[in-house]
Ligand binder design. Structure first.
Ligand SMILES: Cc1cc2nc3c(=O)[nH]c(=O)nc-3n(C[C@H](O)[C@H](O)[C@H](O)COP(=O)(O)OP(=O)(O)OC[C@H]3O[C@@H](n4cnc5c(N)ncnc54)[C@H](O)[C@@H]3O)c2cc1C
Length: 294
């Protein structure tokens, strides 16, 4: 690791001022589970490291609040989200998804903002947040902006975040009535590995017709992605096994997986179809069984 200066500001204003002052030479450090590895491999070499630890009690950055939907502070750890009674009650999809991340030790350190800014396409939270239509609030010294999560991921480990910007909160809007969700992580190797393929599905029913379907995948391309062709094929249809099977098959054309030690491109493409079908089936079952349970 190369030499760097470490600072730990006590306020958000100070963090934003330092980010503006040092620009591309600076990086914020949240849980450190992603950044420190990249620094050890010399893939990222910031001259200034801005620790966010002192902001861990800031209401905006560290709290989960109901507001019609929910807002979740960027410094909330994965473990906090997994175990939050509010999340378990209002958005069980997120509790389930965060429970699938690595080990308790990693989940206790890693934060929501860190997992989004890190932008490793194999991570679990992005597909679940994509099907919830999450938006990200970003702040710099010059003000705040909000963007759709779908516009945030630009490429492999690349986001729309500018060097002087900080993610402050993630906003989850209210979800449609009679909605069911599912998150499936295909883990053929060890329990604490990254996904070979991950699929999140949200299905809302109007009687026995699919009023809305949102499907997103992780570990399936250079960025997390929404499977729009699958969604369109489901919309307005009765969720029969034939309809779900035909719609899920379309995901093969939407994914663009990278070959690695978890599998070849062809294998991951096949698994994307299998797990998309299963995730849709589970989401439909949940939509039928528990009205409004997302
Ligand atoms: C062994 C191991 C296994 C893992 N397995 C999984 C897994 O299976 N699934 C999964 O989803 N994740 C997994 N993770 C975690 C994941 O890969 C990232 O390490 C983690 O999400 C990063 O969060 P962090 O808070 O530690 O971020 P940090 O490491 O502190 O930061 C990561 C990046 O985000 C930036 N950043 C942090 N916070 C903010 C903010 N608020 N605003 C702007 N930029 C910010 C930093 O500058 C840095 O560029 C694993 C990690 C490890 C070490």
């Amino acid at each position: 690791m190369i030499a760097f200066e470490y600072v730990e500001p006590e306020s958000l204003e100070e963090v934003l001022a330092l980010l503006e002052q040092h620009g591309e030479d600076a990086k914020v450090l949240a849980g450190g589970t992603g950044l420190i590895n990249l620094m050890k491999q010399r893939l990222v070499q910031p001259a200034y490291l801005i620790g966010l630890r002192q902001l861990a009690r800031s209401p905006e950055l560290a709290e989960i609040r109901p507001n019609g939907g929910l807002t979740i502070g960027a410094l909330c750890s994965h473990r906090t989200i997994e175990t939050s009674a509010l999340i378990q009650h209002r958005l069980p999809l997120l509790a389930t998804t965060f429970r699938h991340v690595a080990s308790v030790r990693i989940r206790t350190a890693a934060t929501l903002g860190g997992s989004l800014a890190h932008a490793d396409p194999n991570q679990d939270p992005p597909p679940a947040l994509l099907v919830l239509d999450a938006r990200i609030r970003i702040q710099s010294r010059h003000g705040a902006r909000e963007i759709e999560l779908g516009d945030f991921f630009v490429d492999y480990y690349e986001t729309a975040l500018e060097p002087e910007e900080l993610i402050t909160t993630v906003v989850i809007p209210p979800q449609p009535a009679d909605t069911g969700t599912a998150f499936l992580k295909f883990l053929p190797q060890t329990h604490d590995d990254y996904a070979t393929i991950a699929v999140a599905a949200l299905v809302s029913l109007d009687g026995d017709t699919i009023a809305q379907a949102r499907i997103a995948l992780g570990a399936a391309a250079a960025t997390p992605l929404r499977a729009r062709a699958v969604e369109t094929a489901l919309q307005g249809q009765a969720p029969t096994p034939q309809v779900i099977h035909a719609a899920a098959a379309l995901v093969a054309e939407e994914v663009d997986p990278l070959a690695d030690f978890r599998g070849s491109v062809e294998y991951k493409r096949d698994m994307a179809v299998v797990f998309t079908q299963r995730a849709i089936e589970q989401a439909v079952t949940h939509a039928r069984g528990a009205s409004g349970n997302v």
